[in-house]
Design a protein around this ligand. Structure first.
Ligand code: KDG
Ligand code: MG
Length: 410
């Protein structure tokens, strides 16, 4: 029987920071797992190096479920983003190994394809309407069939999620983490935002019609009552979803939103386990689960979460920003094509440098992503090139109220 011989933590920064776990078996089979936690990358790297890698050596790589339970229950300290990203990395690396040993892509081990591919949404944004329209057109030209719309707000400066550079040929989606020892600060005003956003969706519908699925991310910036106001005001524009309309820690807060609006709701990109969703799912307070494989304990845990959600007709809409590495994105795609209750997949293309370090087999055609048919996950890591991109700290901006500088939710 093959055993786990080695577990290595690989840190690279081709444009942004990524942490990858590579497990090697005594038969020489390797598996990759994504352990990237945006802005807190080295905490997961240390957790894996110091506390996980040594105890994996000698275990049976085929026992994915047992290893998951061993790392979750056995740690005593449960849940939390660092722990769950570390467990996810092990879990995904073991699925990669199992696929390679079986000679099958991971989605075959998850029950096979339920669809031709995973409908993807891209990130359009603009500081004003002309730049937003251009960004939407660029996405349509690339083949996107669903689009997230983020925009600047009059009176505020840079707003999170809105690209600053709209020049032709420039990247017009958004790489939000800024290099530096401390995060940048942005100013925020919820009342201005609530007044402005419905006018933007009215203009986008007027320009692009009603067939195109549109999404919007509220980045946790509203109270439940404010979220209810926004959801109601967006109803005429038929959104695919309104995301993170209010922080989800207090799950009961979503009752207020749900009772006031029929705009579909998506939540969960900062959640780590099924317990963060328990009330949201059993009371059907949301429509889409936003978790990333990388931050929710891996394929094993997210598959169970989605089976639980399916009982309540809740679908997937997995987190897929560029801080989820190509390994994490590939893992999501294997789940996406196999899940019966798939909804949509977020997709921001990684930088060219990132895609040279992580050689991916997934494809994007006619609006659909597909993980490819290589055995395992279908991603290869280039050690030599990866080592040339050195880690440096990078953070998402923080959000302070324009009125008085108070720290604000986001
Ligand atoms: O690391 C978190 C960011 O990537 C997050 O802000 C992105 O909200 C986000 C989204 O929906 O992709
Ligand atoms: Mg989001």
């Amino acid at each position: 029987m093959a055993t786990i011989e080695r577990a290595e933590v690989l840190v690279t920064s081709p444009g942004r920071n990524f942490v990858t776990l590579r497990i090697t078996t005594s038969d020489g089979v390797t598996g990759l797992g994504d352990a990237t936690l945006n802005g807190r990358e080295l905490s997961v790297a240390a957790y894996l190096r110091e506390h996980v890698a040594p105890i994996l050596v000698g275990l049976d790589p085929q026992r994915i479920e047992d290893t998951w339970q061993y790392l979750y229950r056995g740690a005593y300290w449960r849940r939390g983003p660092v722990t769950m990203a570390a467990i996810a990395a092990v879990d995904v690396a073991l699925w990669d190994i199992k696929g390679k040993v079986a000679g099958m892509p991971v989605y075959q081990l998850l029950g096979g394809q339920s669809r031709r591919g995973a409908l993807a949404y891209g990130h359009a944004s603009g500081s004003d309407l002309p730049s937003l329209f251009q960004s939407i057109r660029n996405h349509l030209d690339e083949g996107f069939k669903a689009i997230r719309v983020q925009t600047g707000v009059p009176g505020l400066g840079q707003v999170y999620g809105v690209a600053t550079d709209q020049k032709p040929g420039a990247r017009y989606d958004y790489e939000p983490a800024g290099r530096g020892v401390a995060p940048a600060e942005e100013a925020w005003d919820t009342r201005s935002y609530l007044r402005h956003i419905p006018t933007i969706f009215a203009a986008v519908r007027e320009e692009f019609g009603y067939d195109l699925p549109l999404l919007h991310d509220g980045h946790h910036r509203m109270t439940p009552n404010q979220a209810a106001i926004l959801g109601k005001s967006l109803e005429p524009y038929d959104l695919f979803w309104l995301e993170d309309c209010t922080p989800g820690e207090n799950q009961e807060g979503l009752r207020r939103v749900r009772s006031q609006t029929t705009t579909p709701l998506a939540i969960g990109e900062v959640f780590n386990t099924v317990f963060d969703y328990q009330t949201l799912i059993t009371e059907q307070l949301i429509d889409y689960v936003r978790s990333a494989v990388t931050h929710t304990g891996g394929i094993t845990a997210l598959k169970k979460l989605m089976d639980f959600a399916a009982v309540y007709q809740i679908k997937s809409g997995f987190h897929g920003p560029t801080d989820v590495s190509p390994v994490g994105q590939a893992a999501a795609l294997h789940l996406d094509v196999s899940l019966p209750n798939f909804g949509i997949q977020e997709y921001m293309k990684h930088s060219d440098d990132t895609l040279r370090v992580f050689r991916t087999g997934y494809t994007f055609e006619d609006g659909l992503l597909h993980p490819g048919d290589a055995p395992g996950l279908g991603v290869e890591y280039d050690d030599e090139l990866g080592a040339t991109f050195e880690y440096s700290p990078a953070y998402l901006p923080v959000n302070r109220l324009q009125l008085d500088g108070s720290m604000h939710d986001w």
